[in-house]
Write a protein that binds this ligand. Structure first.
Ligand code: SF4
Ligand code: SF4
Length: 69
């Protein structure tokens, strides 16, 4: 199982992480950050498998992924 953390203030809502996450972990709830973007957050955090695809895809470096023992 993985732990995914999104820095909401760095997210520019491009949607790449949402599109490429194989488990549907990430999504936007429509809340805007200080830059005015509807940032992404883990909406199904328990499904994360720590593959780190989201972090690799994010052009803003806004995502960190940790593997849980
Ligand atoms: S690490 Fe993988 S499973 Fe977890 S949120 Fe990112 S893309 Fe989805
Ligand atoms: S890839 Fe990065 S910038 Fe794009 S929506 Fe996801 S967290 Fe936000």
């Amino acid at each position: 199982m993985g732990i995914v953390i999104v820095d909401s203030d760095r997210c520019k809502a491009c949607g790449y992480c949402v599109k490429f996450c194989p488990k549907g972990v990430l999504g936007a709830k429509g809340v805007t950050n200080r830059l005015g973007y509807r940032y992404v957050e883990p909406v199904e955090p328990d499904k994360c498998i720590a593959c780190a695809i989201c972090a690799t895809m994010c052009p803003e470096g806004a995502i960190e992924v940790y593997k849980e023992d």
